[in-house]
Design a protein. Structure first.
Length: 427
């Protein structure tokens, strides 16, 4: 990609997971760097990959843009904690995690002491009481405790040990069930992280209703290579709720207009097609999936990633199909959100034969892009299909773009995180 030389980051995989507070608000993200999509833990091979992506994230993209200005937890390797490799950023920009795979020794304790004295905020990942990492508790600010398949008595013992240090904030991680979330709430954890909160859990029997399909047709019309303005106006006008939101979106405070608008067509002209596409796409996907802010962000990241990969030399033959790639990435992400076959999602949509074949069978250059983007943003640890060199830079760029769009348009997007967290904890 133009923003970052792909040769600099061609071997790393980047993941991002939200961290919630007790009110259900996203207060931080954990960025994870791995040598490949199938790497579930960090190793020596990751040091170089992590260094390159860290440099890229801070110098080319900026962490604020990748995390939307929220706290950033960085899952780094031992070499960064002991000073073998330099940290290319200021102490105020990130929380550094001591991974569970890092052995506690004199070098680590000395390295963490230096980092703490320099003002860095530190965290222990997947802490277990009674082990060698208890000696690190005075040096860190956050302790992450694993909630997946663990003994309740063991968790309570860990919490009791940590409460001897009033400065510590406890983070419940690998939350994958309502029972573990309830226990974390009961024990007074401060922060929460896990698939039950950061990944959609949907009813696989949910059907795409005629109303949802109609809105997908609006989306398809907006992202066509040759947009028919009359068709867009007609489709939007047929949806009373959507029409009202588009009209409301063109108020002077938002767009700096010096006049009011009184019709959907006037609103579309005032907005401009590109901005309308962003706005309506955001509203449509939010509505048709009932996605919260974080789920919507993941869908938009995949769509934007597909769009950016069109210009990569590693996907020859996809040139000129930017909008189709964006729509394809979005539709595939919507299908994954529902847990439904993509064929069900695209049935009845006026898609081009090339895009339909790419979605259904992975055919052609578009199919290759969709496959690569899906594998990268939702990797299957049981399969390593490799990854094109351009994808890391494109992914970071897609994160930045998504955070910018959501930051600008999010007042119209419902965020159900608090409702979901409270319901799960109270169930």
């Amino acid at each position: 990609m133009e923003e970052l030389g792909t040769s600099e980051v061609s071997t790393a995989h980047v993941g991002r997971q939200p961290i919630y507070d007790r009110e259900g608000a996203v207060v931080a993200y954990e960025l994870l760097f791995r040598a490949g999509m199938d790497a579930s833990t960090a190793g020596r091979a990751d040091d170089h990959a992590t260094a390159r992506v860290l440099v890229a994230a801070f110098t080319e993209f900026g962490l604020d843009e990748l995390t939307g200005g929220k706290v950033c937890f960085l899952n780094v390797t031992e070499a960064f904690l002991t000073g073998t490799l330099p940290l290319p950023f200021d102490y105020s920009q990130a929380v550094l995690e001591v991974l569970s795979s890092v052995e506690v020794g004199d070098d680590l304790k000395a390295g963490l002491t230096v980092l703490s004295e320099r003002g860095f905020t530190l965290a222990i990942d997947r802490f277990v009481c009674g082990g060698p990492r208890e000696v690190l508790l005075p040096l860190v600010s956050y302790v992450k405790i694993d909630m997946l398949g663990v003994d309740e008595a063991g968790v309570r013992a860990c919490v009791e040990v940590c409460r001897r240090y009033p400065h510590l904030q406890l983070v419940a991680v690998r939350l994958e069930s309502a029972e573990s979330l309830r226990l974390a709430f009961e024990l007074g954890f401060d922060l929460f992280q896990g698939h039950i909160l950061g990944r959609p859990h949907v009813d696989t029997t949910m059907a795409l209703t005629p109303g949802r399909l109609a809105r997908l047709r609006v989306l398809a019309a907006l992202t066509a290579d040759d947009v028919d303005m009359d068709e867009v106006v007609a489709l939007v006008s047929q949806d009373a709720g959507l029409s009202m939101r588009v009209l409301r979106a063109t108020n002077a405070a938002t767009f700096g207009l010096t006049r009011t608008v009184s019709s959907v067509r006037e609103a579309i002209v005032a907005m401009g097609l590109n901005r309308l596409r962003q706005w309506v796409t955001l509203m449509l996907v939010s509505d048709l999936t009932t996605a919260n802010h974080e789920q919507l962000a993941r869908m938009l990241v995949r769509a934007r990633l597909c769009q950016l990969l069109v210009d990569s030399s590693e996907f020859a033959g996809a040139e000129g199909q930017s909008d189709a790639a964006y729509l394809g990435g979005l539709l595939s992400a919507v299908a994954d959100h529902f847990g439904a076959p993509v064929e069900e999602v695209v049935a009845g949509l006026p898609l081009s034969p090339q895009l339909r074949a790419a979605l259904r069978a992975g055919d052609g250059p578009l199919g290759a892009i969709l496959f690569a983007a899906r594998a990268y943003t939702d990797p299957d640890p049981d399969n390593d299909h490799g990854e094109p060199g351009a994808i890391v830079a494109a992914y970071l760029s897609a994160l930045r773009w998504t955070n910018g769009v959501l930051g600008e348009l999010s007042p119209e997007i419902p965020d159900r995180a608090e409702e979901r967290l409270r319901a799960l904890a109270a169930a």
